[in-house]
Design a protein around this ligand. Structure first.
Ligand code: PLP
Length: 366
């Protein structure tokens, strides 16, 4: 290629998504492959959302409403956050990119944990910002160290709560303290993609801090507990002044009519979310017991996945499992070279993973 690529883009490594089932089956000549790689909902999509999406197809000759008025209204009703405080993204990942676009440039930096979501790094580097990756406290965000890492050139501080890929969380009080410590000139983004799964008394959404802190953006998504990852809708809660700046760099029709309509129906089906969370905990118990039986260490999780430590490299273990038709995720990209992340599925899938892991472990031993 003859087109000169800017240095900050040359040095960027593209996000590596979980391998799609069809791709793995084609490449390895396998059948009945199971995907436990991207924290997708094992119950499939929320059925009411699918129905609504199909009926919305009849109107797709029209452009959608850019701001997603009716979905914002539904989200507002459900969460009790005023409509003016809500912005939609093509997945919550797009809102992270929008925030980086709006607030980052050369010479400015972003603070996050070294063991967190890979997109924080990519969004920052693609705007030629600098990355300040802060060491975790074990496998949990060290929020005090993150606050300390903030300097005059910091514009963004990102916290996944609960965190991907560790599955750990920070308490509401810790997040509150973080907001009270970090200067108002830093946009704090609390990414709550897995909030629906958390069952801890001391955990609460940071949305309760919005009124007091105008430099806070709280993210949620329909990709996980609602089972709508393929539709791409995430949302952000923030001060209207902040959202005004974000809207300037948002592409005009970033969320589709079909997706907006489906998510309105999904919000109305809390039984589906409840069933998803219940299945998750039942199966988490099964997996924890079986992993312990295999002698594999794991990080206790409040999410729909488990970070499992393996002998040797996570990449090798991932590839060995792949040949057994089980797709998990190696986690070197997020700072865990000796771990894999396993999405909690239904019993059949979880059992297959355990059986495959047992086989892989056996082959490892001389
Ligand atoms: C899955 C996930 C998201 C959700 O991304 P979408 O773009 O909404 O699909 C966001 N943050 C983290 C940490 C995630 O793991």
């Amino acid at each position: 290629m003859k087109i000169p690529v800017p240095e900050h883009i040359q040095n960027l490594e593209a996000y590596q998504p979980g391998k799609p089932i069809k791709e793995v089956e084609r490449e390895l000549g396998l059948k009945n492959t199971i995907k436990m790689a991207s924290n997708e909902n094992p119950l499939g999509p929320c059925p009411k959302a699918v129905e609504a999406a199909i009926s919305a197809m009849k109107e797709v000759h029209y452009y959608p409403e850019g701001g997603g008025y009716y979905l914002c209204e539904a989200i507002s009703g459900f969460y009790g956050v005023p409509k003016e405080n809500i912005i939609l993204g093509n997945g919550s990942v797009e809102l992270i990119e929008i925030a980086a676009k709006a607030f980052t440039q050369k010479g400015l930096n972003t603070v996050f944990s070294d063991g967190s979501f890979a997109m924080y790094r990519i969004a920052t580097l693609s705007m030629s910002g600098d990355v300040k990756a802060v060491k975790m406290n074990g496998r949990t965000h060290d929020l005090k160290a993150m606050a300390k890492a903030v300097d005059a050139n910091t514009r963004l501080l990102l916290v996944a709560n609960p965190n991907n890929p560790t599955g750990t969380y920070n308490t509401f009080d810790e997040i509150k303290e973080l907001m009270e410590t970090v200067p108002e000139s830093v946009l704090v983004i609390v990414d709550e993609a897995y909030k629906e799964y958390v069952r801890k008394e001391d955990y609460k959404s940071a949305q309760a801090l919005l009124e007091k802190h105008k430099n806070l953006l709280v993210l949620g998504t329909f990709s996980k507990a609602y089972g709508l990852a393929g539709l791409r809708i995430g949302y952000g809660f923030g001060d209207p002044e902040l959202l005004k700046t974000l809207h300037k760099v948002r592409s005009p029709f970033n969320t589709s009519l079909v997706a907006q309509t489906a998510c309105i129906a999904a919000l109305d089906d809390q039984d589906f979310v409840k069933a998803s969370v219940e299945l998750n905990y039942k199966e988490m118990e099964f997996l924890e017991k079986e992993l312990a039986g295999l002698g594999l260490n794991f990080t206790p999780s409040v999410c729909n996945f488990i970070l499992v430590d393996v002998p040797g490299s996570g990449k090798d273990f991932f590839e060995a499992l792949l040949h057994e038709g089980v797709i998990v995720r190696p986690m070197a990209m997020s700072g865990f070279p000796n771990s894999i992340r396993v999405t909690i599925c239904k019993r059949e899938g979880n059992q297959r993973f355990i059986d495959a892991a047992r086989k892989v472990l056996k082959n490892l031993k001389p």
